[in-house]
Design a protein around this ligand. Structure first.
Ligand code: MN
Length: 320
């Protein structure tokens, strides 16, 4: 399928690369690296990476504005369903390609390369580059490393395979980018966010069946002088707590009149519950959107039920 995708890239003079709403480093890195690789290989083509950016991820690169286009190729990275594609319009495209590592939700492209066991969309772009005539340089390699490292939480998740490490080793060897410098850009964070994390750890509630959750109200966001995305940013840091298998941050976003929930699990799969509450994502890392704290607590109750079954199963296997 890599060859098939390369053939389409070769064929089109205008190529737009989009990814999911609520940009994260893998989404942005996969689209920017693919754009830059296509431009490096075919300098005469017009290639645009589109979508809403974020000041926080400026170090990954710059995005383009979607222009009036026709007979163009659209490539969507890191996005399983059409409604989550961050693009204002689907008109002007003659062909659509999806490159994704999320669990399958729907087919909306002509060609779909879905590898849901891969760490990141960036890892699949690395494979695409390795298996086709697409060119790469140090800057592109660095961008892909950022996407992969971010989505795998520094190689912490079980989505990392021998081939992940082989790819990273090859790219490091061939393009010798500075890993240490990248980690500074990715992980240095404001003190106020660390203080918010302290508050969250101190106030984390834990249900009977080991679901941890924390409500972050507007009042708290104001008190710590952070933005409403900050609570979601630190959610990965609550991993590996002995008494917590599933955890969620429930953050008020009154500007958009909604409540965002970030859910993580090191036990049962939780994406189907996120889907029930206007969200979705990966099996062990998902997000949801609700309109009240009551609805959020219903979600927590659902998670607790899933955990109840999960703990029962663990107990049964222990007794066998
Ligand atoms: Mn991703």
């Amino acid at each position: 399928m890599f060859k098939q995708i390369f053939k389409e890239i070769k064929k089109y003079n205008t190529i737009v690369i989009a990814r999911h709403i609520g940009v994260d480093p893998d989404a942005m890195a996969s689209q920017i690296a693919l754009r830059d690789s296509i431009k490096l290989t075919f300098p005469e083509k017009k290639v645009l990476a589109v979508g809403t950016g974020s000041a926080k991820f400026k170090y990954i690169g710059t995005l383009d504005k979607l222009e009036d286009i026709n007979n163009a190729l659209l490539i969507v990275t890191d996005t399983p369903d059409q409604k989550r594609v961050d693009i204002s319009s689907f008109t002007g495209f003659s062909k659509m390609i999806k490159i994704d590592h999320h669990p399958f939700i729907e087919k909306f492209c002509d060609i779909e390369l879905i590898e849901d066991t891969k760490s990141s969309a960036s890892e699949i772009i690395m494979e695409l580059i390795q298996n086709t005539k697409l060119l790469c340089n140090q800057s592109i390699a660095k961008t892909l490393f950022i996407g992969l490292t971010s989505d795998s939480n520094r190689f912490l998740f079980n989505s990392c395979s021998p081939s992940t490490f082989r790819l990273v080793a090859d790219f490091l060897e061939n393009y010798s980018f500075d890993m240490y410098e990248i980690y500074q850009q990715m992980y240095a964070r404001p003190l106020k966010e660390v203080r918010l994390e302290g508050y969250m750890a101190e106030n984390l509630e834990v249900t009977k069946h080991k679901v941890g959750y924390i409500k972050v109200t507007d009042e708290i966001i104001d008190k710590f002088n952070v933005d409403s995305a900050s609570a979601g940013n630190v959610v990965n840091n609550f991993n590996f707590i002995e008494d917590v298998y599933v955890w969620a941050t429930i953050t008020e976003d009154s500007k958009n009149e909604l409540i965002r929930i970030s859910i993580r699990s090191r036990g049962p799969e939780i994406n189907t519950i996120a889907e029930k509450y206007n969200g979705g994502g990966h099996k062990f890392a998902s997000g949801a959107k609700v309109t009240s704290f009551e609805e959020a607590m219903k979600l927590i109750q659902d998670l607790d039920n899933v955990m109840k079954d999960y703990l029962k199963k663990i107990k049964e296997t222990e007794e066998e």
